[in-house]
Design a protein around this ligand. Structure first.
Ligand code: ZN
Length: 240
């Protein structure tokens, strides 16, 4: 078991305990981690997935507790900070380039900042008003995260991309939006078929009439079989 994964889940569980109004958040989080690890051991499943399940359960009960009580204690839970009109925009750490692409497909702006050193990413996200997506559990110990000025979503690198997307979606209460360009995050603008006909593969032109051009990179898109597969994954991860 990677101690950093355990550390990350413990920090996430602790934050939920605060939201739910638990009197001893540290003890509560440590107990949930021990229970999950014991379950993984006896059931022969992966510790990371058992911890993920414990976190999901706790998230859902903390969410209903916080909406029921309108608790004012502690930092605002991450899911109340965003609404339809102001969706979160993401800064992803360099290992999450794949997740960034899927977030764009789900309709969210997600950028990487390869020019910024890893330990500077939290400050960079704060400065630019972005949500930090990271696999570094230590980020959760940062004061700007604890006091709530930076929203940071931690996902373990040990789980698959679809689970990472599911975690971020649950954490922030994300819904599916109009897809953005997976390559650059640009807006996809509906474009008449005639205007882009020379760029359409002849066999696609036979059966597709709706096309989109990315405002950012100029890429041409249509909802073909490839997109149908992407959309099915998005629905399972984000809209489920
Ligand atoms: Zn693009």
């Amino acid at each position: 078991m990677d101690g950093r994964i355990e550390h990350g889940f413990r920090a996430r569980l602790r934050a939920l305990a605060v939201v739910a109004g638990e009197s001893d958040p540290d003890g509560w989080a440590a107990r949930r981690v021990r229970e999950a690890l014991a379950r993984a051991k006896s059931g022969g499943s992966s510790p990371a997935l058992a911890l993920l399940e414990a976190w999901k359960e706790s998230l859902l009960s903390a969410r209903s507790a916080s909406t029921a009580n309108e608790r004012a204690s502690g930092a605002a839970p991450p899911w109340v900070r965003f609404d339809e009109a102001h969706p979160p925009r993401f800064l992803c750490d360099p290992s999450l380039g794949g997740l960034a692409r899927w977030l764009r497909a789900a309709g969210y702006e997600a950028v990487l900042a390869p020019e910024v050193a890893g330990h500077r990413l939290p400050d960079e996200a704060l400065r630019r008003g972005l949500v930090l997506l990271t696999t570094e559990a230590e980020v959760l110990d940062r004061r700007i995260v604890g006091e709530g000025s930076l929203v940071a979503v931690w996902v373990p690198s040990a789980i698959g991309m679809a689970e990472q997307l599911r975690m971020a979606a649950l954490d922030l209460g994300l819904a599916l939006r109009e897809p953005r360009c997976m390559a650059c995050g640009g807006t996809l603008v509906p474009t008449p078929k005639e205007a882009v006909r020379p760029r359409i593969p002849p066999r696609t032109a036979l059966w597709k009439d709706e096309y989109f051009v990315c405002e950012g990179c100029g890429g041409l898109f249509w909802r073909g079989t490839h997109w149908a597969r992407i959309e099915a994954t998005l629905r399972r991860a984000v809209a489920a």
